[in-house]
Design a protein around this ligand. Structure first.
Ligand code: ATP
Ligand code: MG
Length: 569
C-alpha cells in the first residue's frame, strides 16, 4: 500500500487517560479511536493486525479439528435463566429489551447459545466429539474499562466450545487446545506463560491461562525458581507444613482478655502490644450464600476469597459490609473464640504456639490463645494468597517468584455444568441417555494485539513481530523531489509486491524527519531508506526497527537482502 492512500492518522500526543504504552501507541499510531468508554473503532492499520492474529488463531483451531461458526450476539434471557447465570452474572451483563418487552442480553460469552444449538441437533454418541469456534464481538460492562482495547467493554474474542461423551475425550481436546494456544502465541511472536488458573464464574474442573509477562499486567503470576510450577496468584496453592512446630515442652499459654482501646488494625494492635503480625490471628467476616462465615489467617497474610469459597463449597462470597453493623459483631475486635458463626482457618494458624486475636468485644483483645488447643473445632485449609518467597507448592524446595501478567487466553474443562442445567443429553452406545461433557476456550484478539505492543515497544513506538505487523516492510524515500529516489522506491515497491511481501511505501511529500518518526511509531519490522546520497553509489539502507541495526545494500540486491533479514526476525 502507499501511505498516501491509507488512513493512518498518527498523533504526536497520546490521550490523557492512556496509562499504558500499548494504549498510547495504538492511538498515536492510528490503529484505534475511542467512541465511548471501553468502546473503540478499529482503523485500517489496526484491523490488519487483528486480521493477522485471527488468521493464526483460525489455522490453529482448524488444525485440531475446530469448526468455525458464527453465533448471534443478542441472546434471549430464557437461556441464561436456564443455565442459572441470568441472576448470577451481575452488572457485567448488558441486558436489553425488544419492542415486545422481551428480555435479551448482548453476549459476554456463548456457553448458553452453543449448548442450546447442540442439544437440539446432537443426539447420539456417534456425533461426538465436536469442537466449534467463532471470532466475534462480545460485550461486558466492565466496572473499570481501561488500557484501550486491552480491557474494553466491547471486544473481539475467539471462543471455542467442545462437546464430548466422556471425560477422557474432553481431556484430550483440552490438551490439543493447550498446544494450539501455545502455537498461537508463539506464532504471534510473544513470550508467554501457561499458568494454572481459577475456573471463576464459568465454573468447571480444569483450567489454564496463557499470560504475557508485562509490568502493566493486571494479574500476578507465581512461578517456582526451581521447577516448572506456574500459577495465577489468585489461586496458587501454598506449601503448608504438615507437622506442627508448636513446642510441647513449653508451658501452655493462658487466655487473657486485655484492654486495647481504639486498636483495630493489625498494625495498631502489634504496635500497642509490641508483637509481630505473625503472632496475631486476623479474623475477617464474609457474607455468602451459606450465611455469615469467618475466615482466620495470620496477621501478615491475606485471605483469598476464592480459596475460602472452595473450602466452604458455596456459590458466592464477599467480605461483609461493615456499615451494616450487626449488634453482635464487634468489627475491629473480632476473634475466633466465642464467635457465633462457622469459622474457617488457614492451616498456618495451627502452627502458631500462641496468638493474639479480637475478643469479640469492642476495645478488647485476647492473648495467650493456643490455636491447637482453643480452635480445634474450626475447619482448616489453605486459605491465603501465596506470595513471593513462599516455598513452591509443587517441589517445596524452590521459592515462588512473582511477576505481573496479561491474560490472553483461558481454557476450561467445564464438565457438565451447562449441559446438565440445559439438558444437553445424548444416547450412548448402549442406548442409555447421558449428559454431555463440555470444554470452553477463549482468546482475546484485541488484547493479544495490545499485549504484543506492551511486550515489544521502545520510547519511539511499536516494534511489531513480523507475523502480526500490519505490513512487514516500510520503504522510506527521503526526498520525494528527487526523481531517482522516487523511481528506485517505486520499482522496489512493485518488485516486493510481486514477491508477495506486504509493503508500505511512504510516498508522502513530507520531510524525512517526519517520515522516520512515523515509521518508528508504526513499528513495521524492516525499514528501507532510499535517498539521493547513497543512491549515487547505488546503495540503499535496510534497517531493523527493533534493534536499530542497519546495513547498506546495493539496489540490485535489495530484495534478497531484505528477505534474508526478514527471515532472521
Ligand atoms: P479478565 O480476568 O481479564 O476479565 P476473563 O477471565 O473475564 O478475563 P474470559 O472470560 O476467560 O476472560 O475470556 C477469554 C479471553 O477474552 C480473556 O483471556 C481475554 O483475552 C479476553 N477478554 C476478557 N475480557 C476482556 C475485555 N474486557 N477486553 C478485552 N479482552 C477481554
Ligand atoms: Mg473478566
Amino acid at each position: 500500500m502507499k501511505y498516501s492512500q491509507l488512513f493512518i492518522p498518527t498523533l504526536k500526543e497520546a490521550p490523557a487517560d492512556a496509562e499504558t504504552a500499548s494504549h498510547q501507541y495504538m492511538v498515536r499510531a492510528g490503529l484505534i479511536r475511542q467512541l465511548a468508554s471501553g468502546i473503540y473503532s478499529t482503523l485500517p492499520l489496526g484491523l490488519r493486525v487483528l486480521r493477522k492474529i485471527e488468521n493464526i488463531i483460525r489455522e490453529e483451531m482448524n488444525n485440531i479439528g475446530g469448526q468455525e461458526l458464527f453465533l448471534p450476539s443478542i441472546q434471549p434471557a430464557e437461556l441464561w435463566k436456564e443455565s442459572g447465570r441470568w441472576d448470577f452474572y451481575g452488572k457485567e451483563l448488558l441486558r436489553i429489551r425488544d419492542r415486545h418487552d422481551r428480555e435479551f442480553c448482548y453476549g459476554p460469552t456463548h456457553e448458553e447459545v452453543i449448548t442450546d444449538l447442540v442439544r437440539k441437533e446432537v443426539h447420539s454418541y456417534k456425533q461426538l466429539p465436536l469442537t466449534f469456534y467463532q471470532i466475534q464481538t462480545k460485550f461486558r460492562d466492565e466496572v473499570r474499562p481501561r488500557f484501550g482495547i486491552m480491557r474494553g467493554r466491547e471486544f473481539s474474542m475467539k471462543d471455542a466450545y467442545s462437546f464430548h461423551a466422556d471425560e477422557e475425550s474432553v481431556n484430550k481436546t483440552y490438551d490439543d487446545m493447550a498446544r494450539a494456544y501455545s502455537n498461537i502465541f508463539e506464532r504471534c511472536g510473544l513470550e508467554y506463560k501457561k499458568v494454572e488458573a481459577d475456573t471463576g464464574s464459568i465454573g468447571g474442573a480444569r483450567s489454564h491461562e496463557f499470560h504475557v509477562l508485562a509490568d502493566s499486567g493486571e494479574d500476578e503470576i507465581g512461578f517456582c525458581n526451581t521447577c516448572d510450577f506456574a500459577s495465577n496468584l489468585e489461586m496458587a496453592q501454598r506449601c503448608l507444613p504438615t507437622k506442627t512446630n508448636a513446642s510441647e515442652n513449653q508451658t501452655p499459654p493462658v487466655v487473657k482478655e486485655i484492654s486495647t482501646p481504639g486498636k483495630k488494625t493489625i498494625e495498631e494492635v502489634t504496635n500497642f502490644l509490641s508483637i509481630t503480625p505473625q503472632e496475631v490471628i486476623k479474623t475477617i467476616v464474609f457474607e455468602s450464600d451459606a450465611g455469615l462465615v469467618a475466615g482466620l489467617c495470620r496477621g501478615d497474610r491475606e485471605i483469598n476469597p476464592i480459596k475460602l469459597k472452595k473450602l466452604i463449597d458455596c456459590e458466592w462470597l464477599h467480605s461483609a459490609d461493615q456499615s451494616k453493623q450487626a449488634d453482635d459483631i464487634a468489627y475491629g475486635y473480632i476473634g475466633p473464640i466465642g464467635l457465633k458463626m462457622p469459622i474457617y482457618a488457614d492451616a498456618e494458624i495451627m502452627q502458631m504456639p500462641q496468638a493474639v486475636a479480637g475478643a469479640n468485644k469492642t476495645d478488647f483483645h485476647l492473648t495467650g490463645i493456643a490455636p491447637q488447643r482453643d480452635l480445634s473445632q474450626v475447619i482448616t485449609g489453605d486459605l491465603c494468597f501465596a506470595r513471593a518467597d513462599d516455598p513452591c507448592p509443587q517441589c517445596s524446595s524452590g521459592k515462588l517468584q512473582v511477576k505481573r501478567g496479561i491474560e490472553l487466553g483461558h481454557i476450561f474443562v467445564l464438565g457438565d455444568k451447562y449441559s446438565k442445567a440445559m439438558k444437553a443429553n445424548f444416547l450412548d452406545s448402549n442406548g442409555k441417555e447421558q449428559t454431555m461433557v463440555m470444554g470452553c476456550y477463549g482468546i482475546g484478539v484485541g488484547r493479544t494485539a495490545a499485549a504484543a505492543i506492551e511486550q515489544l515497544h521502545d520510547e519511539k513506538g511499536i516494534c511489531w513481530p513480523k507475523s502480526i505487523a500490519p505490513f512487514q516492510i516500510e520503504i522510506i524515500p527521503v526526498n520525494m523531489k528527487d526523481e531517482e529516489t522516487v523511481t528506485v522506491s517505486e520499482n522496489l515497491y512493485y518488485s516486493f509486491r510481486e514477491k508477495g511481501l506486504e509493503i508500505l511505501l511512504d510516498d508522502r511529500a513530507d520531510r524525512a524527519g517526519i517520515k522516520f518518526k512515523d515509521a518508528d511509531l508504526l513499528g513495521l519490522p524492516v525499514q528501507i531508506i532510499i535517498g539521493p546520497k547513497t543512491l549515487q553509489e547505488g546503495l540503499i539502507e535496510i534497517r531493523i526497527r527493533k534493534t536499530g541495526e542497519s546495513i547498506s545494500s546495493p539496489v540490485t540486491q535489495a530484495i534478497e537482502e531484505t528477505q534474508r533479514i526478514l527471515a532472521t526476525l
